[in-house]
Write a protein that binds this ligand. Structure first.
Ligand SMILES: Cc1cc2nc3c(=O)[nH]c(=O)nc-3n(C[C@H](O)[C@H](O)[C@H](O)COP(=O)(O)O)c2cc1C
Length: 364
């Protein structure tokens, strides 16, 4: 299935408008035959937040925003799927065009602005597949027009907890005006307190759903100090580093497309996101696991993320430019690293380079 898709469908998808290509890819996955993926090497299993991930390679939020194809994605060999962002009410997002490829840079700019079918539609789909297992996280967003965005998250926690393997709180999308202000210390402390309180209130019904905080790679280090301190104090289960960046490096080759407003992801994000991951790792001091995301496009970059501090990985943009064989390529590189004696277990490699990375000059 992967071979067929890579050979025939990808060149076609690349020729299309990016958003049309995305909806075609979702349609193709809906129709794809469900062959069981090959069993993962047991050394790839990751235990984190009380969950057992069969392998560390997940698909990041934003690909399956509406929970349409979690099982097809799991069958492609991903160890986990993050659905969303899901908002309480349906909303259309920003006007099109709002998704752009920077071909020569292998980057993507999006300003989708939380286009969501809303919690009711997404939860109905997830309820219908609930007995199929697999790790399916749900990423939460707030409605643009909401008068109390914090309350949107608190409300969603209660609704999604029974169906989510884990919940990720996305307060780092650059495409909803002022959303990232929720990362400011006083606001964040109050928000996380309310979120954890609500999660604990529904434990009887939903089980102990882990709550992860997804942050922006554009935080200053002083802001990161605050965010990590608050996440630790409030008993958050993990952090995802990170979302897309609003920065535009002057070395980007497609400077014309780079002028489009929105969040940049893919290869150009790798240096910044990986540095922020290392900075987070040294501040978290092992209090909880981290998910490394941003610019992973090979086995080598995946291994570098683990060494920067990631227990788990997520990919998205590189799937636009590379074949789906990338998932197997990443897993093979991680197994190779163990076979060539870099460590006995993957977990021994987590964060080994973090301290050294934080001493390097800030990535341009
Ligand atoms: C088209 C697109 C849509 C996205 N939508 C979301 C979203 O709804 N919620 C979210 O938390 N992150 C979203 N993201 C961010 C990704 O989850 C990820 O954090 C980011 O793209 C960096 O990873 P990458 O370089 O592998 O793409 C989106 C990214 C892209 C490219």
């Amino acid at each position: 299935m992967i071979g067929f898709f890579d050979l025939f469908a990808r060149p076609l998808l690349r020729a299309l408008d990016p958003e049309q290509a995305h909806s075609l890819a979702i349609k193709a996955l809906k129709l794809a035959p469900r062959s069981r993926p090959a069993e993962d090497d047991p050394r790839l299993a990751v235990h984190a937040f009380g969950l057992k991930f069969p392998n560390p390679v997940g698909i990041a939020a934003g690909f399956d925003k509406h929970g349409e194809v979690p099982d097809a994605l799991l069958h492609l060999g991903f160890g986990s799927v993050e659905i969303g962002s899901v908002t309480p009410l349906p909303q259309p997002g920003n006007p099109k065009p709002r998704l752009f490829r920077l071909e020569p840079d292998q980057g993507v700019i999006n300003r989708l602005g939380f286009n969501s079918e809303g919690e009711a539609a997404v939860l109905a789909r997830l309820a219908a597949r609930a007995d199929r297992g697999g790790i399916v996280g749900i990423n939460l967003g707030a409605n643009k027009e909401s008068r109390d965005r914090g309350q949107d998250y608190v409300h969603l926690i209660e609704r999604v907890a029974p169906l989510a393997s884990y919940i990720s709180v996305n307060i780092s999308s650059p495409n909803t005006p002022k959303l990232r202000d929720l990362q400011h210390a006083a606001v964040l402390d109050d928000l996380l307190a309310r979120i954890v309180e609500k999660r604990d209130l529904v434990i009887d019904r939903a089980g102990p759903t882990p709550v992860l905080l997804k942050i922006s790679p554009d935080l200053s280090l002083a802001q990161l100090d605050d965010v990590v301190g608050i996440a630790r104090a409030r008993g958050i289960d993990g952090m995802i580093i990170g979302n897309t960046t609003v920065l535009r490096q002057d070395w980007l080759r497609d400077q014309k497309t780079a002028k489009e407003p929105g969040g940049l992801s893919g290869r150009p994000l790798f240096p910044l996101a990986t540095r922020m991951l290392a900075e987070t790792y040294v501040r978290v001091e092992g209090a909880f696991p981290l998910v490394g995301v941003g610019g992973i496009d090979s086995g080598k970059t995946a291994l570098a993320k683990i060494k920067a501090g990631a227990d788990l990985l997520q990919v998205y943009s590189s799937l636009v430019f590379k074949a789906l064989g990338l998932i197997a390529e990443i897993k093979a590189e991680l197994v190779d690293a163990l076979d060539r004696g870099e460590a006995d277990e993957l977990s021994d490699l987590v964060g080994v380079d973090a301290a050294a990375m934080t001493a390097e000059p800030w990535p341009e």
